[in-house]
Design a protein around this ligand. Structure first.
Ligand code: AGP
Length: 608
């Protein structure tokens, strides 16, 4: 997820664009840049690093301009570097882009064959050359329309043409774009906070819409050029609320970003009709994957819970033995790895000290290392043999949410790929498993509609002193994750436990003031969970069942049953995680806790 800002008007664009980039820094912060018209040509200033690096460059120059665009990057294609930073340029065209162009490699090859030279690894540069290619004899807007017709994927971009310095052209498909309306001046951004100090009157672009911004007005059209009448919305948020997209906390915003995050993580990586996963997205080949005889996964915290889910998925689908350990334990127990072990590290930040140490130990023992990571250019991604990036966008809230569900998504694809390579599932089955992914973002979206139901339960239980989370099979790690979410942001003691272990001790804890969240799967374990629930109820315990897909019998057992959308047994783990995230969030808010920065915690534990 990146941040885009643009300005055209009578004021100096440079401070407005720089201020906008600072407001958008939460959307991405590994490199940044601006482009502006200096009266005779378009100039570009860009650099690796945070906005302040760019600010040092720009503020040392006395630039004035009435037309400018800016970009703060969260890398998806190509490492964080000045060459990969936006804006990108092709002849008289400069652009900034947010999104993922799925078919950029084939378009890039076509352009190279036509003589275009590339200076970056990005998909954005492909779009820039395409617009430049279609420009001769066309307006900027027509060239952009022609270029867009060749694209697959998600994109929001803004473009300027040095030979037409009276406008900014912007297009939106999937990634957000909003226009701010002023007096003789217009703003463009990925998100409202970027210009909220200047305008509260906005137009939200919808998919496949184009805005052409002049100093004296904005025209919105479809991609055939037909004008579209858009409503003007008045923003009532405070600037602080605006940085969270209108949500009270980053954590809630990131819970609600999960449909998009999962969709972006899947984009360009699955071919359901062929039952294939794009192995090159993992950096793997069918040869390397066939030689994997056993897998060892190490991670910390929420990422460790994703590793446990992976064990169930990979062993069930691919019949490859998977060992999982906490990275902090792995690194000190003289582990048994061999050169045909595939070592997987899972880390949102890519900077967790224990996970990095575990990776280094695995490499020392001769294993190949695959990292599932959310930050391109992070230490973990640079030290791995293979990397699979979750495209969840920067995760600001300390409590990991969208990173977790996109990690499971990534590991699910790996499991399907391994199973296909080992022929432990048919092509038909692989096709079904990948087709289930297509509906997943919408099912997460629908599951988020349970928010008010979960809030009502949170109001009942937010004064509890202890929580118990129970799960069996692939839902056992989800019970652990639900408990971690609760304890780390509400400071209530919460424990995740295998439901089958209840009678071996924890049942002694059951009391009317100990809420028991029970994750109830379908299939062969359903009856088992029902009996565990009865064990709790018969001792006066408060049971909160969470299940994927309607189960009328469960509603009779407890009026607090939370029923999510359902998919297959593996992807149900993602759907059942969502209400647990919401429950911990609402309990923490009701308890007045600092949800985004819980006491004693850090977003990335870069020390032992
Ligand atoms: C999860 O909500 C916590 N913030 C924490 O357990 C986190 O998952 C852990 O520190 C691992 O971080 P990483 O994924 O960046 O390596």
């Amino acid at each position: 997820m990146c941040g885009i800002i643009g300005y055209i008007g009578a004021k100096n664009a440079i401070p407005i664009v720089m201020e906008g980039l600072k407001k958008l820094e939460y959307r991405g912060y590994d490199s940044a840049g601006i482009a502006y018209f200096n009266g005779s040509s378009l100039e570009v200033k860009r650099c690796k690093g945070k906005i302040k690096e760019l600010d040092n460059i720009v503020s040392s120059m006395n630039i004035t301009s009435n037309l400018g665009i800016g970009h703060t990057r969260w890398a998806t294609h190509g490492k964080p570097s000045t060459e990969n930073a936006h804006p990108h340029r092709s002849n008289s065209i400069v652009i900034v882009h947010n999104g993922i162009i799925e078919n950029y490699l084939e378009l890039k090859q076509e352009l190279i064959n036509e003589g275009y030279a590339f200076t970056s690894e990005t998909d954005t540069e492909v779009l820039c050359h395409l617009i430049s290619k279609f420009l001769p004899g066309n307006t900027l807007e027509d060239a952009a329309r022609n270029a867009v017709k060749k694209l697959k994927g998600a994109y929001a971009f803004a473009a300027m043409d040095e030979n037409a310095p009276d406008k900014i052209v912007a297009v939106r498909k999937e990634s957000p774009l909003v226009i701010g309306l002023g007096e003789g001046e217009y703003f463009l951004a990925s998100d409202v906070p970027a210009f909220l100090n200047h305008s509260k009157e906005v137009i939200f672009l919808d998919n496949n819409e184009m805005a052409i911004m002049y100093r004296d007005g904005v025209i919105v059209t479809d991609l055939d050029g037909s004008p579209i009448q858009k409503d003007v919305v008045t923003i009532s948020w405070s600037p602080s609320m605006a940085e969270k997209g209108g949500y009270k906390h980053f954590m809630l915003k990131e819970i609600y970003e999960q449909p998009r995050a999962v969709a972006d993580t899947l984009m360009g990586r699955i071919y359901p009709d062929k039952g294939e996963v794009a192995l090159d997205e993992f950096g793997l080949t069918s040869e390397t994957i066939k030689n994997v005889k056993n897998i060892f996964i190490a991670a910390c915290g929420t990422s460790y819970h994703a590793a446990l889910v992976a064990k169930y998925m990979i062993e069930a689908m691919a019949r490859v033995p998977v060992d999982v350990d906490l990275a902090s334990e792995f690194r000190y127990r003289n582990p048994l790895l061999s050169p045909d072990t595939l070592f997987i590290s899972i880390t949102q930040s890519g900077e967790t000290a224990d996970t990095l140490a575990a990776m280094r130990e695995a490499k020392r023992l001769g294993a190949k290392v695959l990292t599932i990571c959310n930050v391109i250019g992070s230490t973990a991604s640079r030290e791995s043999d293979y990397v699979f990036y979750t495209h969840s966008g920067p995760e600001i809230g300390v409590a990991s949410t969208k990173a977790f569900t996109t990690q499971i998504t990534a590991l699910y694809l790996l499991a399907v790929a391994l199973a296909s390579a080992n022929k432990t599932i048919s092509t038909q089955k692989a096709s079904e498993l990948l087709t289930d992914c297509l509906a997943l973002p919408a099912k997460i979206e629908k599951t988020l509609e349970l928010d008010s139901e979960v809030l009502a339960i949170a109001k009942e239980v937010h004064k509890a002193k202890d929580f118990l989370y129970l799960g069996r099979g692939v839902e056992y790690p989800i019970a652990l994750e639900g408990a971690l979410k609760m304890k780390e942001i509400s400071y209530i003691h919460a424990e995740g436990y295998p439901a089958g272990e209840m009678k071996h001790g924890p049942i002694a804890l059951i009391d009317s003031d100990v809420p028991v969240v029970a994750l109830v799967p379908g299939g062969q374990l359903y009856e088992k969970l029902l009996s565990n629930i009865e064990e709790v109820k018969s001792r006066g315990g408060m049971i909160i069942p969470v299940t994927a897909g309607d189960k009328p019998q469960l509603k009779e057992v407890s009026s607090r049953t939370i029923t999510t959308e359902s998919s297959n047994e593996y992807l149900d783990t993602i759907l059942m995680t969502v209400p647990l995230q919401l429950l911990s969030y609402h309990v923490a808010v009701l308890r007045g806790c600092d949800v985004d920065q819980p006491r004693n915690l850090a977003k990335s534990v870069t020390v032992e």
